[in-house]
Design a protein around this ligand. Structure first.
Ligand code: ACM
Length: 520
């Protein structure tokens, strides 16, 4: 990659002042589809304007970009519909070339005098903005005024995602995370062009979402967490705040109510949901597989219908995740009967079923998506069940535990996290192909990937940061970048280039010895 585009356009800087190295065009995570370097690039200056058309989507992304750039550059960066060919230009286009960008793609053209981001959609513009951020010096991410210059190398980036489903999950049940902590995590996922936030809203240790028709779920079932802390839950207004914030970063919230296992918090809140009619105590440990809704009681289905109805009504997205994992206290017969009754409820309230891959041990509803979380030691029969479901039309999201689980220890010395699926160093996390991972499954059944962040051992944002970084960007890249760009040796260099950005953003990350981090 050449970096000489500025030879003919010397940046304005005091003689002898040291300039930050120009980031080669396209050296971003996730790797873009196509990069053509050339020409003088663009420099953001005090005179830069952000030009938009009349549409609300262009303006919304422009205001977001301005809000990223203003504190560090110290420039006004007005957003304007005024005519002019200069400045940063955000365009939603409808021509044939734009159509090729698909629903989330974009083109960035960086030239002397103007930097243009074109897309068909607000999402595409937003992703283009993330690429531009990464082309600027890392100091652009700081919240106080920094010295420029703020240059972007010259040329064109044309980009669109490999998969439509690029997700990360946050477990807010084992430990509760506040709305602000969730927003911080959304911002981190958005940096790497993820477009789904799966919220694991219920488990044995806590019920975290208000359900008006069953209020004790939160007031009692949400009152603690792993280790016995205070827990917490989201009111409907707070859940909407999360959804709206995620939407402003073009992420769709996928809510999960895990059933019929992982339900102690609900069982403790309402005695009638237990087969023996006795409510167990609240649970603050980390065992799994000991709880089950009573699949043979009518009240169970009244309960589930109410929960799904209320959750669907407050969720604008397509999917509703019904869990289904580790139902070790539910008989197979009951599990199948439960899923047969519950999946139509999801459809009745207008949503698409998502479930952990154990759903394929029942009868997945038409159009359902199974989330595969097996790993190298998952038995052949279990894999085959998932593969057969995929052959029969069930779509797949892949989050193999020994690759994509962000809660797993990097090495035996990692102070946080679990290791039941093994250690997951950065290279292991990155070095697999979602298209061929599940042998025998049709490649077109795979709609994307997810990086789950379970929180048995995690209770602060700093801890989430340390486990998510640097692995989250790798799973994001598997979801976005063409398989042809997949190459650990090239990736680790691009990944290392992200570290100064994380420093500027206050993200503390694991300094894996596998990655050539910059000195200092
Ligand atoms: C899971 O890790 N139990 C989905």
């Amino acid at each position: 990659m050449g970096v000489s585009s500025f030879a003919a356009a010397p940046p304005r800087a005091a003689a002898g002042a040291e300039l930050p190295a120009l980031t080669p065009l396209g050296r971003v995570v996730p790797a873009p589809l196509r990069t053509e370097e050339g020409g003088a690039g663009y420099e953001i200056t005090a005179k830069t304007r952000i030009r938009v058309g009349a549409g609300a989507r262009e303006r919304r992304v422009a205001e977001y970009l301005a809000a990223v750039l203003r504190p560090s550059t110290g420039y006004r960066l007005p957003v304007t519909t005024g005519k002019g060919e200069d400045g940063i230009r955000l365009r939603i286009g409808a021509g044939a070339a734009d159509k090729a960008l698909g629903a989330e793609g974009y083109r960035v053209v960086s030239a002397r005098g103007s930097l243009t981001i074109t897309s068909r959609t607000g999402a595409g513009l937003f992703h283009g903005v993330q690429t531009v951020r990464q082309q600027l010096p890392a100091a652009v991410e700081k919240k106080t005024e920094q010295r420029g210059p703020w240059r972007v190398a010259g040329g064109t980036v044309t980009d669109r995602p490999r998969y439509a489903y690029r997700s990360t999950m946050l477990d807010v049940s084992r430990h509760f995370f506040t709305v602000d902590q969730v927003k911080r995590y959304i911002d981190q996922a958005a940096l790497y062009k993820m477009n789904k936030l799966h919220l694991h809203l219920s488990d044995d240790q806590g019920w975290r979402i208000a359900v008006d028709s069953w209020p004790r779920l939160t007031t009692y079932g949400g009152s603690t967490q792993v280790g016995g802390g205070r827990g917490g839950y989201y009111t409907k207004a707070q859940y909407k705040e999360i959804i709206d914030y995620a939407a402003s970063r073009y992420l769709e919230v996928v809510p999960e109510i895990d059933m019929p296992g992982h339900t102690n918090a609900a069982l403790a809140s309402y005695a009638e949901l237990n087969c023996d009619g006795v409510a167990p105590p609240l649970y603050t440990g980390t065992e799994v597989g000991f709880s089950s809704l009573c699949a043979t009681k009518g009240v169970t289905y009244d309960f589930v219908d109410d929960v799904i109805r209320e959750l669907a009504a407050m969720t604008p997205g397509t999917y509703l995740h019904i869990g289904g994992d580790e139902a070790h206290s539910t008989s197979h017969e009951d599990f199948v009967a439960f899923m047969d009754k519950v999946q139509p409820m999801v459809a009745k309230y207008g949503k698409t079923v998502l479930g952990w891959h154990q759903l394929t041990g029942a009868t997945p509803a038409e159009g359902a998506v199974a989330q595969y979380w097996g790993y190298d030691r998952t038995g052949a029969a279990e894999r085959e069940q998932v593969v057969n479901a995929a052959k029969n039309g069930t779509r797949l999201v892949l989050s193999p535990a020994d690759r994509a689980y962000l809660d797993h220890k990097y090495t035996k010395d990692t102070p946080l996290g679990l290791s039941w699926a093994g250690y997951v160093e950065v290279q292991r996390s990155y070095d697999w192909d979602p298209g061929t991972y599940l042998q025998g499954a049709p490649a077109k059944a795979v709609i994307g990937v997810e990086a789950p962040l379970w929180s048995e051992t995690l209770s602060t944002s700093a801890q989430l940061d340390f486990m998510a970084f640097p692995r989250l960007p790798g799973i994001a890249e598997l979801g976005w970048s063409p398989a042809a760009t997949h190459d650990w040796d090239a990736y680790k260099v691009r990944l290392a280039g992200q570290a100064p950005r994380w420093d500027a953003l206050g993200i503390g990350y694991y300094k894996s010895p596998q990655v050539p981090w910059p000195a200092g």
